[in-house]
Design a protein around this ligand. Sequence first.
Ligand code: FEO
Length: 396
Amino acid sequence: MSWRNTAKISGGVYWIGARDWNRRLFDALIPLPKGTTYNSYLIIGESEKALIDTVNPGFEKEFEEKIRNFVDPSEIDYVVMNHAEPDHAGAIPYLMEINSKARLVTTSKGAKMAQTFYKVPEERIKVVQDQETISLGGKTLLFIEAPMLHWPETMFTYLQEDKILFPCDFFGSHVAQGLYDEEVEDLIVHAQRYWGEIMMPFRVMAQRALEKIKSLEIKTIAPSHGPIHKNPERILKAYSKWANGETKHKATIAYVTMWNSTEKMIQPIVETLASEGIEIALYNLASADIGDLAKDLVDSRAIVLGAPTVLGGAHPLAVYATYLVKALRPPLKLGVVLSSYGWAAGTVKHIQETLGSSKIEVVGAIEINGPPKQEDIKQVIEVGKTLARRIKEEMP
Ligand code: FEO
């Protein structure tokens, strides 16, 4: 075993996760340009042993070998399932098969999922309540319910003696490289992207969870994706900001263009916002990585959506992006819609309908016939100035 295959992260605590260097898509939706990891941890107490989460299906054999580096898998007493999604719970059936005594530790909602998804018999499940503990002998596991981060059953596990928090997806990032935070230079950028994709729709639940763990002394945060945070203050500070919906003087601009008319409306608004000191994140939806878009929505105050009308409504790529904006619930406050049509308008109405009940105030919507004329460009510039003023006004 090379040093990277397993690692001691504290006395009696080992990283035994799997690195998925080549995975490029998650949930058939989220691009993974840097792959990901499925982190699992083995905790060896004086009397008992526990696993914190497992690994994605397909990595079972590798996982078993990693456990065997330290103990025989049949010696494991508890398998803690902080989260039931298969990337962490997928190896549970395999493990429960090669070990006939281990009990699965989870929340009451997790227990139902373990039976449904992984066919774990009820008698092998130990349901834990919020703040309940299990002692492994010199290693005490404290369970903290943290629901809807991002499934209903999610919980955190805190190892009291070592002051390690195992929060599963929370504080994670999709990065295959590096064991510790200091080994990945742009980790906060990856963590922000991950937050935007996975946690942003659950900001209220995230605030509650952060409040709950505030009184814990946390030396290490060991999530189930990406590097372990040896310097937890940095990620805790970032999460506090994101959960509170703190935004910058920033606009995300997402557009699609067919014959460049919409793009000709986007260019002047980009220039206007930039000249007004607004930070810009610009995406052409024909080639954009939606993970990057999600990352920029995390701290943007405004969004500009640009699309031509096609087949009686907004271009499908713009509809998709608008739907994502609504579903991810970013802390956006302001919006602008720009559109060009050939013979019948429809994009502005379609985009506004797709945004539905989102709290974005549309401060400008321009829909023009054909390529923009000089007076159209002037109008776009005016909308850009209004948006910049409102972004600055709204900022605390
Ligand atoms: Fe990493 Fe929600 O699973």
